[in-house]
Design a protein around this ligand. Structure first.
Ligand code: PAF
Length: 254
């Protein structure tokens, strides 16, 4: 049974206890609504560390769209069952007030990587991500932390942040997990209806087809997909689209 901590003072005193002495700790931060993508991160952590800690916190400071935050899927009971079945040791599940005792007065800001792709289209998004990840890493003090490559820009930013602040944690990127249609697993997929799921699979298929960016953009528009961006960078092709009111992102190596 995964033990849940909501009180961060209680968590921090437990984290300082003998229970963790000479143990390798792996950490998987999440916003809940867990899917096979998350589970692959937890499995990797469980296989590489003595203790695995997860977090579930839907972080308001990284949502630039209040509707998106309101509609973000939540099912703590289901998530907890999944984590317990996997054998995850501990979960921190704090409230906003507990994670942000400063009411978000202090932020971690990147001035380079975050200015493109999702950062350009979602003002303030990565300030929120980096700030909460810094807080979570300081709370959990893991040896290794695991991030999915679907959010490749996030993974890169966290990796660079850890380096810049001399944090003694290894930031590990893990391959994107896809469903049988090729669609990258995402908590937001839960909000797609059957028609939209077909479009979402088209998005993944067109993104990875070996055609030009312009042609990919045209094909997506023809299918009725609203493109935020398609761009190649860091040896990868990135895409972000809106299907109905659901924003999806993906990337592949090129
Ligand atoms: O990728 C996510 O789920 C979130 O951005 C993260 C890393 C948990 C921070 O809120």
């Amino acid at each position: 049974m995964t033990k849940v901590f909501q009180d961060l003072q209680e968590w921090m005193s437990f984290r300082g206890s003998a229970h963790f002495l000479n143990k390798k700790v792996g950490f998987v931060p999440t916003m809940g609504a867990l899917h096979e993508g998350h589970l692959s991160l937890f499995r990797k952590s469980l296989s590489e560390n003595d203790i695995t800690v997860g977090s579930i916190f839907v972080n308001p400071t990284q949502f630039n769209n209040p509707e998106d935050l309101k509609k973000y899927p939540k099912d703590l009971e289901k998530d907890l069952n999944m984590l317990s079945q996997l054998g995850v040791d501990f979960l921190i599940n704090p409230s906003f007030e507990r994670i942000y005792p400063d009411s978000y007065r202090y932020k971690v800001v990147d001035n380079e990587i975050s200015h493109d792709l999702c950062g350009k289209h979602r003002p303030g998004h990565f300030d929120g991500v980096l700030t909460v990840v810094m807080k979570l890493l300081n709370l959990v003090l893991p040896n290794r932390a695991y991030f999915g490559e679907k959010d490749y820009q996030q993974f890169l930013l966290v990796k660079e942040m850890a380096k810049a602040f001399f944090m003694s944690v290894e930031i590990i990127g893990c391959p994107t997990v896809r469903d049988e249609t090729g669609l990258a697993m995402s908590s937001r997929n839960e909000r797609l209806n059957d028609q939209q799921k077909i479009l979402a699979a088209d998005f993944a298929r067109i993104l990875k087809a070996p055609s030009s960016i312009e042609s990919a953009q045209e094909k997506m528009a023809e299918s009725g997909i609203k493109v935020d961006y398609i761009k190649e960078k860091w040896g990868r092709r990135f895409g972000a689209v809106h299907i109905g009111d659901v924003r999806l992102i993906d990337n592949i190596q090129v």
